[in-house]
Write a protein that binds this ligand. Structure first.
Ligand SMILES: Nc1ncnc2c1ncn2[C@@H]1O[C@H](COP(=O)(O)OP(=O)(O)O)[C@@H](O)[C@H]1O
Ligand SMILES: [Mg+2]
Length: 383
């Protein structure tokens, strides 16, 4: 079955689209084509503002939900065109949407304890424009079942990267970073995974605030600076970094408030020194979480890294140094495009959901049970 997976992460940089061939019973995935459709700069800023609670009206949320639906639909149409595969051959689309808020910490409302998450990019628009059954909104069901609703990629990691002899940690450095632990010859129930803290989010935020750039491309700014140890130690005391799993986070913890406070601190630091310190913070927070919450109790043979952060050599070098002598490799070593992992995941999750099979992972998210994730918008010919 040919399925398209669509993803846009917390970096709000654009839509990752994967056209995937899924084997019988969802047991195998083969990537046919992958492409990234970047958001225009203005849209990226609007989404970051929305996600950080910058004053916005509910009209903006309403509008962006449908506007992103159009962009996701267009990405699905374009990826087929690029792969020379007619849209009619695609059986399903799995769309993660764009997270604009993620509040997994309970808030008391009378006798209720309410936790929530919000992804936008209206799947009705995707189904209508493409004529393809679309599965979207994968996180809320796991939250309703008592879980964090995140991370969801471990389901794919387990199926694709488990190894009979090697215990692996799979790291994704997106806007936020997360890690998945796959014990050698382990079962799905034994998988552990959680967010570790910032990925590129703080780096991107500072690059924009200080240099009006979308990112510190190739780590050029950070490379010219030196790490400020007292600030790094202070950042490492962030409660999320030290919190034991299950845990998930987003722009609420590592977005605007943190970036503004770092800009105030900047008085005593040069821009390169601050960027070098933040790149080290990204790497060290990942390392701390791997050592504390994985290696203290489990054997580990290698680390495999994906996500946009792989392209920042300053982050990657610090990560390799702090985890040495463990080998730190990128997905490409396993013959996989590291940028495509998340989009492939949502193609696979859509396949399972459409077949009524659960993909929620209580061992990862802390949910009370494994649920069938997502909402299905049927194409006209669904039955
Ligand atoms: N050449 C590069 N140099 C440095 N950072 C990069 C480069 N290419 C991508 N990135 C980083 O990767 C981010 C996008 O990564 P991605 O995995 O798409 O994150 P998300 O899942 O949050 O969208 C960019 O915002 C940027 O910070
Ligand atoms: Mg992205």
């Amino acid at each position: 079955m040919k399925v398209i997976g669509l993803m846009s992460g917390t970096s709000c940089d654009g839509i990752d689209a994967a056209l995937v061939e899924i084997g019988p019973k969802g047991r195998s995935t083969h990537l046919i084509h992958f492409a990234i459709f970047p958001y225009p700069k203005k849209l990226q800023r609007e989404l970051i503002d929305l996600a950080t609670g910058f004053p916005q009206s509910v009209a903006t949320v309403c509008h962006l939900n449908f506007y992103l639906g159009e962009r996701f639909a267009e990405a699905a149409i374009q990826i087929c065109r690029q792969a020379h595969i007619p849209l009619a051959q695609i059986k399903l689309i799995g769309s993660h949407g764009q997270t604009v808020h993620h509040l997994p910490t309970p808030k008391k409302e009378g006798t209720w304890s309410v936790r929530s998450t919000l992804q936008i990019g209206e799947p009705s628009v995707i189904a209508e424009r493409t004529g393809i059954t679309t599965v979207a909104d994968f996180r809320p069901r796991d939250i309703a079942a008592g879980g964090e609703g995140a991370p969801l990629t471990p389901f794919f990691h387990f199926h694709q990267f488990s190894h009979p002899q090697k215990s692996r940690a799979i790291v994704n450095i997106g806007g936020i970073s997360n890690v998945t632990y796959l014990a050698a010859c382990g079962t799905l129930q034994e998988v552990r995974a959680f967010d570790t803290g910032p990925g590129n989010m703080v780096i991107d935020g500072l690059a924009y605030a200080l240099a009006h750039k979308r990112m510190d491309r190739d780590g050029k700014i950070a490379r010219a600076g030196a790490v400020h140890s007292p600030l790094l130690s202070e950042l490492m005391r962030h409660p999320f970094i030290r919190k034991p799993p299950p845990k998930s986070t987003g722009r609420e913890a590592f977005g605007r408030t943190l970036i503004e406070s770092l800009c105030r601190k900047k008085k005593n630091l040069s821009t390169p020194d601050l960027m070098a310190t933040i790149a080290a913070f990204t790497a060290e927070s990942i390392t701390y979480n791997i050592k504390k919450f994985i290696m203290e109790k489990n054997p580990l043979d290698e680390i495999v890294v994906g996500g946009g952060g792989v392209r920042n050599p300053v982050v990657m070098q610090r990560l390799a140094e702090s985890l040495a002598p463990l080998p730190v490799r990128s997905f490409e070593v396993l013959g996989c495009d590291s940028r495509a992992i998340e989009a492939i995941t949502f193609a696979l999750l859509a396949y399972y959901t459409a077949h009524g099979m659960p993909t929620g992972m209580p061992s990862v998210t802390g949910a009370q049970r494994s649920t069938v994730l997502g909402k299905i918008v049927p194409a006209a010919s669904y039955l």
